[in-house]
Design a protein around this ligand. Structure first.
Ligand SMILES: [Zn+2]
Length: 90
């Protein structure tokens, strides 16, 4: 399920040195408003220490995708659907 989608040369929070850190697409599970939600997230993976971690942007993005999955499960419109645009509405 985990998939490497890129890498970035940066100061690694996992091992504390600068090196190429993998960016991995994976899934996380959280309980949001009493409902268990499985949602896609991106994480950094340190190949040296085998530690996965997220930065602020990844946490924000993960929180948004969690809410989108929650809306899908509960039948509420996703944030991108609110404007009601679509084919055949003219
Ligand atoms: Zn590292």
């Amino acid at each position: 399920m985990d998939k490497v989608i890129g890498k970035k040369y940066m100061m690694c929070d996992g091992c504390g040195t600068e090196h190429d850190v993998e960016i991995v697409s994976t899934e996380d599970v959280a309980v949001f408003k009493g409902m268990e939600v499985v949602f896609p997230v991106k994480v950094y993976h340190c190949g040296k220490s085998d530690i996965c971690y997220q930065d602020e942007a990844m946490l924000d993005e993960g929180f948004l995708s969690m809410k989108d999955v929650y809306r899908e499960k509960t039948g509420l419109p996703a944030s991108s659907d609110i404007r009601g645009s679509g084919p055949g509405t003219a």
